[in-house]
Structures are given as C-alpha cells and as structure tokens.
Design a protein around this ligand. Structure first.
Ligand code: C2E
Ligand code: CA
Ligand code: CA
Ligand code: CA
Length: 277
C-alpha cells in the first residue's frame, strides 16, 4: 500500500520491492561499497560465427561483505535512480579499459572491450571520462565499445547523435543493446554512428520454437546488413539457436552456450583458443 502513496515520484523496480527505509539503507550501503571498492567485473565474450572471441562485455557484480556476490538486477536500478551510477559507471569504464593491456599481453590486443552505459551516464561527463581512459590506457581505435539501449539514444536524439559522434572521433564504437524491445526504426538509427545491434535475448530464446521470433531475428539481421550495421545475438543458450543464427549471417554470438560471464583470468585460455600460437 505504501508504495502507491507519496513515494510515487520514486518509481520502484520490480526486482527491488522494498520499503523506503530499506531503499535508503541500500543507497547508503552502495555508497560505502563504492568507497570500499566492492564492485567487481565479470566479462562475457562475444564470439565470431567461427568461434573466436572477438569482444568482452563488462558486467558489474557487487561482492557484498555478508550477502555474497550480487547481480546487477539487485542494485543497478537503485544506482540509476539515486545517481550513484555516474560514479559507479566511471569506475567500471576505467576498470574495463585497464584490461586492454592484459589482452595485449595475452596476444589478444584486438579483442574489443564493451561497457554498458545507463541513461544518467550519457552526458558530457562521459565524454570527459572516455577521453581520459583512452589516453591513460592508450586504447587503439575500435577497442572500446559502449552499449546503449534504444531508449537512451531516442530520449534526446539530436543530443545523442552529437555526443556519439564526438565519442566516435575518440575511436569508440557503439552497440544498441536489447535491440527490438524499444520503438526506434532501423532506418532512423542509421542517423547515429552505430556499428552493431544486439538482438534482444527475448527474440533469440524462442528461435526454432516461435516463428514470429525467427521472422523478427531474420529481418533485424537483413535490415541491419543493408545499412552496413553488424548484428550480435545475445542470450544464445542452445546449439539450435546458434546454428540458426550462423546460417542467417548473424555476425557475433553471445550467451551461456558459448561462455558465461566470469572473472578475466578464467577467460584467458578461451581467449587464446582459435589463434596462432
Ligand atoms: P545486458 O546488458 O542486456 O546484459 C546481458 C545479461 O544477460 C547479463 O546479465 C548476462 O549475464 C545475461 N546473459 C548472458 N548470456 C545469457 C544467456 O545465455 N541466457 C540468459 N538467460 N542470460 C544471459 P547481468 O550480468 O545480470 O546484467 C543484467 C543487466 O544489468 C545488463 O543487461 C545491463 O543492463 C545491466 N548491467 C550489467 N553490468 C552493467 C554495468 O557495468 N553498467 C550498467 N550501466 N549496467 C550494467
Ligand atoms: Ca549489454
Ligand atoms: Ca542486452
Ligand atoms: Ca537484455
């Protein structure tokens, strides 16, 4: 009952259904966690159809002192609503970028590093931060990739185009995350400097089961290609989905079938696979 009252201005996320007091406690804990450095990154690879890891997506986790490893669904929403995402996002960007040197050491310097960006982060501050990490870690063009959702881009399209073009000039690439769940048309997206569309997991899930989802995936791939945009399928869990996507020319695959998100060190053997010794 309480949540329909005076708290309406601070919308709750489904995944975090708690009282205002609990919410405020969580914000305090999140602030402390930032100070104590309790956020860690897992990386999930994106693979070429031939099975080579071509990119790593950084996914944040909270190493909570008593509750164990917490997934973003438990805290990202509150970080976004409270504005903490700006500082957290800055740390994540820097931590991800720091791994480029380690990829080079492992002989995989061409593997891209993809970082998720929330709406509240998508401001001039992001440009300043990206410029700083590109310089600090001497990131070659095409190394850093930012994943934006359609709604982040379409919220203020003219401003988004301008910011994306300036970031692109620093050598940053862009993926549209969760593609197909928003309301933008591909033709319209062509106005933005976008390299990739990540087909939302919900469409990939029912490939081979649901004809409509197959039609959606097929038309996203076809239209993207006609506009010189690459496609990535996220949430690939079965061999059936993977072979369907490969057969239709999907450019990159990501999902539990191929690799789960995991600590960077654990991925090193997999990264070296499929490369000349
Ligand atoms: P996302 O960007 O769409 O990330 C994909 C999510 O799907 C990840 O969940 C990943 O672990 C999960 N996933 C990958 N493969 C499969 C699969 O085959 N099957 C299924 N069922 N799931 C799969 P995760 O790590 O819990 O992240 C959830 C969301 O939290 C992300 O969705 C993203 O929106 C947000 N997020 C995660 N890390 C960050 C971050 O560093 N910054 C920001 N701003 N948001 C983040
Ligand atoms: Ca993502
Ligand atoms: Ca996604
Ligand atoms: Ca998603």
């Amino acid at each position: 009952a309480k949540r329909h009252g005076r708290n309406r201005a601070m919308p709750f996320r489904e995944e975090f259904d708690a009282s205002v007091t609990q919410r405020l406690q969580l914000i305090t804990q999140l602030r402390d966690a930032l100070v104590r450095g309790e956020f860690v990154l897992a990386f999930q690879p994106l693979f070429s159809p031939a099975g080579r890891a071509v990119a790593l997506e950084a996914l944040v986790r909270w190493q909570h002192p008593t509750r164990g490893l917490l997934m973003p669904g438990e805290f990202i929403g509150v970080c976004e609503e409270s504005g903490l995402i700006v500082e957290l996002g800055r740390r994540i960007l820097r931590e991800a970028a720091r791994h480029h040197a380690r990829l080079v050491e492992a002989g995989c310097g061409d593997v891209r590093l993809a970082v998720n960006v929330s709406a509240a982060q998508f401001t001039e501050e992001l440009y300043v931060d990206v410029e700083a990490v590109v310089r600090e870690f001497a990131l070659p063009r095409g190394t850093l990739e930012l994943e934006l959702t359609e709604s982040v881009i379409m919220d203020s399209p003219e401003r988004a185009i301008e910011l994306m073009q300036r970031l692109a000039a620093l050598g940053v690439g862009f993926s549209v995350d969760d593609f197909g769940t928003g309301y933008s048309s591909l033709a319209y997206l062509k106005r933005f400097p976008i390299e990739r569309l990540k087909i939302d997991r919900s469409f990939v899930q029912d490939l081979g089961v649901d004809d409509d989802d197959a039609a959606i995936c097929q038309s996203i791939i076809g239209l993207a290609h006609s506009l010189d945009i690459y496609t990535v399928a996220e949430g690939v869990e079965t061999e059936q989905q993977a072979s369907w996507l490969r057969a239709r020319g999907c450019d990159e695959l990501q999902g539990y079938l191929l690799a789960r998100p995991q600590p960077f060190e654990a991925l090193l053997p997999l990264l070296r696979r499929g490369r000349a010794a």
